[in-house]
Design a protein around this ligand. Structure first.
Ligand code: GCO
Ligand code: MG
Length: 403
């Protein structure tokens, strides 16, 4: 079965999404998410200028060979743009294979290992009380795990604290990114109190998580991890930028708070040391930014050998196509940990009608053949691309910092 058409579709139903649509000669279609927040058109161009032409006439069933054709065959390897483009092709081919086999993708991946996919929601507030109210909202909706983020006194804005309670979206329009101010000292002083308050109010059962978003040095991260130990976090996310994998040794040496890293990593080579040395507890790479189902499954199999569990990135800048792909993988891998679930807006859900459903704290990918997500192209056209960028962060003295 040959690929007859390959097209990228860019749409902005509240935020930008890039989607690859493959069509085979018998008319079967497959979708792959290709969204790289704030750099969307670079992947759209990589696909339409360089990848789509070479897909025409290829065997749609040859998923592994196509992956190698695009990765090993490109000479220029890794990196978010390349790996997102490869992921889009790979995901679309799994979608097609599922449709042809009349099976949901999780069945092709080995079948169900659990009843459903436990997810965590994002609770945030400018104050601790607002944050606790937001956590209560998730508990009332049946969530079993909640990420908690809270405003830091003295900072005008803080990562993870959005203007809308449910639909947090940091990317904004404009020619240059918005600039935020960051103070590690203020953050380290304030955040343990917020997490202690959440644990005290919600008791020992609710899983609590927190995202540092790459802001600390290894020894600062070690201090924070140690300070949070009494509050039993499910994970502390991205305490340091994970580029220098060995830096996690310092964090590990000083704290037993579980560590999750991976949303900006793109290949098995970016996390191999983290996993092999058991420097993390959860690997958070996403299907869309790490070469698709084929490559992320390889990472997760390596992780399983070292007792590292999954925690797939699931922010709203990953489209419903990516979320569905993650859910199929989550259901089928032995070492599932937790899945992030930031709900998409109703406009996004209308552009991407999908089979996955939330119930009692779990997401279920559904039994529709393939991924179970479609793209309503007429609806997509009503939302043209709007340039938007993630913010940047500066220290109080003006020094550029990690956002
Ligand atoms: C998360 C992430 C996101 C990222 C976003 C960047 O844990 O969900 O940190 O909020 O900031 O995906 O595009
Ligand atoms: Mg994160």
């Amino acid at each position: 079965m040959r690929i007859a058409e390959a097209r990228t579709i860019v749409t902005c139903p509240g935020r930008n999404f890039v989607t690859l649509k493959l069509t085979t000669e018998d008319g079967t279609t497959g979708l792959g998410d290709a969204t790289l927040n704030g750099r969307e058109l670079s992947v759209a161009a990589y696909l339409s200028e360089h990848v789509c032409p070479m897909l025409i006439g290829r065997d749609a069933h040859a998923i592994e060979d196509t992956w190698r054709y695009l990765y090993n065959g490109a000479y220029w390897r890794r990196g978010p743009v390349t790996m997102t483009a490869i992921a889009a092709v790979d995901t679309a081919l799994w979608d097609i294979k599922g449709k042809v086999a009349s099976l949901p993708v999780y069945q092709l991946l080995g079948g169900r290992c659990r009843a459903g996919v436990t997810v965590y929601g994002h609770a945030h507030g400018e104050t601790i009380d607002e944050m606790l109210d937001a956590v209560q909202g998730y508990v009332d909706r049946g969530y079993r795990a909640v990420r908690v983020q809270c405003g830091i006194p003295g900072l005008p804005s803080t990562y993870g604290v959005g203007r809308d309670a449910l639909f947090y979206e940091p990317a904004e329009g404009g020619r240059a990114p918005r600039e935020e101010t960051w103070s590690t000292r203020r953050y380290l002083r304030a955040i343990p109190e917020a997490i202690a308050a959440a644990r005290e109010r919600f008791g020992p059962e609710l899983e609590l998580l927190h995202d540092v978003h790459h802001r600390l040095t290894p020894i600062e991260a070690a201090q924070l991890g140690r300070a949070l130990e009494p509050h039993q976090l499910f994970w502390l996310e991205d305490p340091v930028p994970g580029e220098l994998q060995a830096s996690l040794r310092t964090v590990r040496r000083h704290t037993t708070t579980p560590i999750a890293i991976g949303e900006v990593l793109n290949s098995i080579w970016d996390c191999e040391q983290l996993i092999r040395e058991q420097l993390i507890d959860f690997i958070r790479m996403s299907v869309v930014h790490s070469g698709g189902i084929t490559h992320l499954r390889r990472v997760l199999h390596l992780a399983e050998l070292h007792r590292v569990r999954s925690g797939c990135h699931g922010a709203t800048d990953l489209s419903p196509v990516c979320l569905a792909a993650a859910l199929h993988l989550d259901l089928a891998i032995p070492n599932f940990g937790l899945q992030e679930y930031m709900r998409h807006t109703p406009e996004t859900d209308a552009v991407f009608p999908h089979a996955y459903r939330f119930a009692d704290g779990l997401l279920h990918p559904g039994e529709v053949p393939g991924l179970g997500v479609e793209l309503d192209e007429a609806a997509a056209e009503r939302h043209p691309y709007l340039p938007a960028l993630l913010p940047v962060a500066r220290l109080t003295d003006g020094t550029m910092h990690d956002w």
